[in-house]
Design a protein. Structure first.
Length: 260
């Protein structure tokens, strides 16, 4: 979910970089500002070095936990996933994380997910789910549960995916009930439908897809919805309906091509 990661990077700078007051003097302010500028300019190597040096020089700063997070995000952008995980999992860093603890967990899971092998995908799913349990009010909770579902999808763990996103009192269904139009909810429902389809639960998959309004979906999500609908119609033996969906798929595909 690169679009979401990019948004979170911007949000981190806006909230953390601009929202805290530095109290130790001009050198500290300048050091943090220089690293933040490199981060905003996407000069990731300089940002990584700048924030690492900031923590070394000002370990007691109220902004040290944010600097650790930004350093890890800069490492993530350079595909230094193992480094980012180690930094965010460091006992001393975790002890100082405080209000950023949910973000530490989130970016740990993102790095695990990005490595992409079976063990790390399983770890990512667990880390994402743990975030939703430990920080149920976090603004990252919905994203975390959807990405946990995406990890289970990559692992082919369809039963776990369906349970995670389909549980009535689970984090995803609670969020979906409150904000059905959220794009993350749409993505989660597409994953849930895919999970049920993989288990030959055609009725359950169709029920989930009916919750998605094709008029409000982004074109790529509309295409995914129609693709899954065609798959389940074909699997259920309704070939006429599957053909109709395929026709719409071609129309959406042409729209996507023209858009870009």
């Amino acid at each position: 979910m690169a679009f979401l990661r990019r948004w979170l990077l911007i949000l981190s700078v806006l909230i953390l970089g601009g929202g805290q007051i530095l109290v130790a003097g001009t050198r500290e302010e300048n050091a943090f500002a220089a690293a933040a500028k490199a981060f905003q300019d996407e000069v990731w190597a300089h940002a990584e070095t700048g924030f690492a040096q900031f923590v070394q020089r000002f370990p007691k700063s109220t902004n040290a936990p944010a600097a650790v997070l930004f350093q890890a995000q800069a490492e993530f952008q350079q595909r230094k996933f193992t480094n980012a995980i180690a930094l965010l999992a460091d006992t001393n860093n975790l002890a100082q994380a405080k209000i950023l603890a949910d973000r530490y967990a989130y970016w740990t899971a993102e790095a695990q997910f990005a490595i992409g092998d079976t063990n790390h995908l399983a770890a990512a799913a667990e880390t994402f789910v743990t975030l939703t349990k430990n920080f149920p009010e976090s603004p990252l909770a919905l994203s975390a549960v959807v990405e946990a579902g995406a990890a289970q999808e990559k692992l082919g763990n369809w039963a776990q995916l369906a349970e995670l996103l389909g549980a009535t009192n689970g984090a995803f269904q609670r969020a979906a009930a409150l904000d059905a139009a959220n794009e993350l909810v749409s993505r989660g429902r597409l994953l849930l439908a895919q999970g049920r389809l993989a288990q030959q639960d055609f009725t359950g998959a169709e029920a989930v897809l009916k919750l998605l309004n094709p008029q409000t979906l982004a074109p790529k999500l509309e295409w995914q919805r129609d693709y899954l609908l065609g798959q389940l119609k074909s699997g259920a033996g309704d070939l006429e309906a599957a053909l109709a969906v395929t026709t719409n798929l071609l129309s959406v595909a042409r729209s996507l091509k023209n858009a870009g």
